[in-house]
Design a protein around this ligand. Sequence first.
Ligand code: ADP
Ligand code: MG
Length: 701
Amino acid sequence: MRNDFLLTPIEYLKGVGPQRGEALRKELGIFNFQHLLTFYPYRYVDRTKFHKVAEINEELSFVQLCGYITRTELLGEKRSKRLVAHFRDSSGTIELIWFQGIKWLEGKFRGDVEYVVFGKPNEFKGRYSIPHPEVDIVNEDSIKLQSSMQAMYNSTESLKHRGLDSKGVLKLQENLHALINKNIPEILSEEIIQSNHFISREEASKQIHFPHSANLLKAAETRLKFDELFFIQLRLLRQKSHHKTVTHSFVFSKVGEYFNKFYKECLPFELTNAQKRVIKEIRTDVASGKQMNRLVQGDVGSGKTIVALMSMLLAIDNGFQACLMAPTEILAGQHYDGLAKMVEPLGIKIALLTGSVKGKARKQILSELEDGTMHIVIGTHALIEDTVKFKNIGFVVIDEQHRFGVEQRSRLHKKNHIPPHVLIMTATPIPRTLAMTLYGDLDTSVIDELPPGRKPVKTMHMTDDKRLRMFGFIREQIKLGRQVYVVYPLIKESEKLDLKNLEEGFESLEREFPLPDFKISIVHGKQKSDRKDFEMQRFVKGETHIMVATTVIEVGVNVPNASIMVIENAERFGLSQLHQLRGRVGRGADQSYCILMSSHKLSRESKIRMETMCRTNDGFEISEVDMKLRGPGDIEGTQQSGILDLKIADLVKDQQLLMMARDIAQRVVDEDQNLDLPKNLPMKNFLIQRSIAKTDWSKVA
Ligand code: ADP
Ligand code: MG
């Protein structure tokens, strides 16, 4: 087994050299043989099929013809200069057109030989032509080519200039595959290969680029997708198992005074069964002596905060400090206000620490954290800073995790001599397969039940021409004593325009809802934070009726009396964002409404989003639709993780394979966490090899 073969720099491959090597590195990130081998085709064309010229229609994305070139001519001047070859088979004629490489092609075609032409037909005014087709003389070679499915590769303009279009890349794959013979090590155990009837890694690597049949292609895809998913799961599950068996943390052995008193005397409501279950899961974790890493998923409004609070009380009962980190100042502030009120009767010291807490106040908090008089601190990123030192932090809560990176998580771990327990709460549910991949190293709890008495929010979709009706509806509701949010999208690239939108919207609302009967607050990201707070507070206290805002209100804001959410330009929001926004209402006893305003013309995708929102309030269901629409890579929070850099597997389409990979990885870890058994050696070698390859790669890059 020669592992280093795959790490050979790409320029040493026949047909590459320094210049093309540079281009491949820059354009496609292909540094070595391994990278080229895993540069998979995006599709295949069936070159076993031949078409007739007369059959060509717009449904055929590629055609393969066999016939004669009757004559060629040069047309046009300068930039529109082109070579046109007239091609004929028994059914008719078609033009083949080249705008580039004319000099080289001119005079090359002969009238007396048969050609195979392959390309993408183009329709113009009812007539077809084929721009830049592949043309081969019919001989044994071209017949060999035609007897299999041909791989198509993505390329770039700059690569095409160097002769590396799809066909050029295919040629490189050919050169690489000529060297492969027994150079591709097996990376799964024989046991896994046998019991799942997988083809070998080497065979799969060949078939994916040069499939002999549709069946073998399928087998190759399955094998390579499995490998990709399996090693992610293996890594995550080994990490998880490592936490459980190796990483010690503090033992919260007792349920003490604070927890009990709070439960008996301060809890403003009965916990739902789901909340009770999750608190129990956490209690078991923190009593175990191993570090807890638990993710709590729950829909908006399912009551994650109280679960976090009670867990923190448990920490304090056992002599530790706790902190809660939120992604924005507003949210941290809200958490602080709510929690401080709830724990007041307990005599617990709790503080808010954000970027805007400065000077003396900040010093005071920092010193109380360090000497241990402060029990709980709530804050933003500011908590991670090195200046924040704890006497004895034992429990960390991270709210709305997807906005924090893994790196930030690990900095919190370092705030005590052994890592504290970590509880992560997601803002919105994410699909199961995504959670399994993104948070696969964590234990998961789900709060799958809303507090009783909630009336599901009624959602309607209205086009802009129904605006007057919408205003009428709002007016009625305000007269009934309710409050209203009107939200505008904010997209970074066009902030100015968005702000203008918001301000115009504000003005038209002021005309529609004039003083003194109606009062309006406005909040957006460009305001100073005291201004923002002031406007926010007016609305929270019920002094204003309407809150006009950008998505700054998206997370966490809690105003139970607000029962209407109007979302302007709803088509510009993603599903999870719409769902988050809708979660701001429906928190009180009254029937709540969400009105999605959009223009009349909607893309297919926007339509599905609107329909989904009107159909269901279930965050998990919505997240599944969202992932199907946008792909897992676009789901908020996945980009920075890098974990979804999948080359061939697809978390939407390959869910079953993912489950299978996870099961098998779990079995491996259960039996042999360190991969010490001889049968698991190929897997161990691969992991070692890969970590070497990664460091090598970063040296070059
Ligand atoms: P989220 O899960 O979105 O963070 P919160 O923790 O903010 O939800 O809770 C939403 C609202 O529901 C809060 O006003 C909270 O006080 C209330 N709440 C939480 N749990 C219950 C419960 N068991 N019964 C009644 N109300 C509850
Ligand atoms: Mg919350």
